[in-house]
Design a protein around this ligand. Structure first.
Ligand SMILES: [Cu+2]
Length: 500
């Protein structure tokens, strides 16, 4: 009797503590004052443009040499900052290859710890994907190869080591991967890299008093690091000189957690021409574009001679107040020359985007994201969560079940958004996508057709691209197999605890 009484009191006491802590956390999360840096940023540094990666072609194979390395960078502090990069001190070169080309990557890890390199948005065999199972030990070389078979698009690459993706990306490992194809090449679009076709890798970081990258995570919420300083291509307070009437911006939200809602200071319209997986059927005029971590977009914006205009991030329509989505941030400045070279008008029609038909879907699956789980389970490197038939079209319904700061990324395929909580998707979600934001409790129905790279051994990932959530276990694995095949078990190569 006494023992059970004591037990009851313990349970009650623990319950009250849990409720109190949870309530305090809720209050803190909702009262965090939004950050506002509008008008506060000096744009006094020329925007760095990542160099185009060198490659060599032999026997029809285009080979890139990539070296993960540590170094130091000028991030605007008095002291240089320790950073990581690919073939340099911070970020990596822009990779570029044509549809139909076979590429070979020689990725050497000269970091003091294991890492991986994942080709985000790429359709390729699972073993080449650079996910958590393709670890590269310090000093080792990893040599994936595949044939590019997807439309022209702005993709990117970054580490994907289970438990350490947030850390490695934040330290500076990321770069763009531009896929070209003849259809895009035929269109009258700006494409002079670094002149009227600019890659913009937008990231937020915090620096401590000694100029070091502050790895401390936000106290306000579970999304991880929310930076108060914005960097574009690693440049703090960046400005870009504009010499043409129109410029194509390839925007990548390369942040760990922060969503951006890109606008220009005067609210001008721009044309959205492409999303994660390629160009749209037709340009869509808009004055604000939201991108969550991992998402990309291509926009074309027009400038007047002699003007200076700031690219900003206004509060996002995320459905919650987490991850700095309510902040207003000055991002970078464009400085137009007094005389601008003429640019073509944006074509009325871009490319064909064949709609995937829900009638063709052979399978429907549902994914509920909450806590650090998907469908109640945390990532297990040895568990295959879903098995998919090669060539099958499927509908995946994905729901943010706990109101947190979540999006959803699927490897290997580009999907289309069928509807969001029953509504038609807005223009910026009507093209090919591989990552999509999840507003709380609004199911997003995705349709995708899986390719023909099969394996009974190597899985692909699906996960939240808020990197802290991914690291915490909000990730699962799927295998693409031939009809009738079953997974045979995942090799243990990827089992590494992460410790700093
Ligand atoms: Cu998440």
């Amino acid at each position: 009797m006494r023992a059970s009484m004591k037990f009851l009191l313990t349970v009650l006491g623990t319950g009250m503590i849990v409720v109190t802590v949870f309530t305090a956390w809720l209050i803190i999360a909702f009262v965090r004052a939004p950050l506002d840096t509008v008008g506060e940023v000096d744009f006094d540094r020329p925007l760095a443009i990542p160099p185009l990666a060198e490659s060599s072609v032999e026997g029809g194979v285009r080979t890139f040499d990539l070296r993960l390395q540590s170094g130091t960078s000028d991030l605007g502090s008095e002291e240089p900052t320790s950073t990581w990069g690919v073939n340099g001190d911070l970020l990596g070169p822009t990779l570029r290859a044509e549809r139909g080309e076979t590429v070979a990557m020689r990725v050497r890890n000269d970091l003091p710890e294991i890492s991986t390199l994942h080709w985000h948005g790429m359709h390729l065999p699972a073993e080449m994907d650079g996910g958590p199972h393709q670890v590269i030990e310090p000093g080792d070389l990893w040599s994936p190869t595949w044939t590019i078979d997807q439309p022209a698009a702005t993709l990117w690459y970054h580490p994907h080591l289970h438990g350490a993706t947030a850390d490695h990306v934040y330290r500076g490992l990321a770069g763009m991967f531009i896929v070209d194809d003849p259809v895009e090449a035929e269109l009258d679009l700006p494409r002079d890299y670094g002149v009227d076709d600019l890659p913009l890798i937008v990231q937020d970081k915090n620096l401590d008093e000694d100029g070091r990258l502050d790895m401390g995570e936000s106290f306000f919420g579970s999304a991880g690091i929310i930076g108060e300083t914005v960097f574009v291509n690693g440049t703090r307070g960046a400005y870009a000189d504009v010499t043409t009437e129109a410029v194509r911006l390839r925007l990548l939200n390369g942040s760990n957690a922060r969503p951006f809602s890109f606008t220009f200071a005067d609210g001008r319209d721009f044309d959205l021409i492409g999303t994660d997986g390629g160009l749209l059927e037709a340009p869509a005029a808009m004055d604000a574009l939201q991108l969550s971590p991992g998402e990309r977009a291509e926009i074309i914006v027009r400038f007047e001679p002699g003007e200076r205009i700031v690219l900003r991030s206004e509060p996002s329509d995320t459905g919650n107040t987490f991850a700095g989505g309510q902040d207003r941030l000055d991002i970078m400045e464009f400085r137009a020359a007094d005389r601008l070279d003429p640019s073509p008008a944006v074509p009325d029609q871009l490319v064909e985007v064949p709609r995937l038909d829900p009638e063709d879907a052979s399978e429907e699956r549902s994914f509920r994201l909450a806590g650090s789980t998907i469908n109640g389970r945390e990532m297990d490197m040895q568990r295959v969560d879903e098995v998919v038939e090669a060539g099958a079209a499927e509908i995946w319904t994905v729901t943010n079940d706990d109101g947190g700061s979540h999006n959803f990324h699927v490897h290997d395929v580009q999907f289309q958004v069928l509807d969001i909580d029953g509504r038609e998707p807005p223009p910026h979600l009507r093209g090919w996508k591989d990552t999509v934001w999840l507003r709380p409790s609004e199911p997003v129905r995705l349709i995708m057709r899986f390719g023909h790279h099969t394996s009974t051994e190597w899985p692909y990932m699906f996960h939240c691209h808020t990197l802290r959530h991914e690291d915490d276990g909000m990730m699962g694995q799927f295998m693409v197999v031939e009809p009738g095949q079953s997974p045979t078990g995942i090799p243990h190569a990827g089992e590494h605890a992460h410790d700093h």
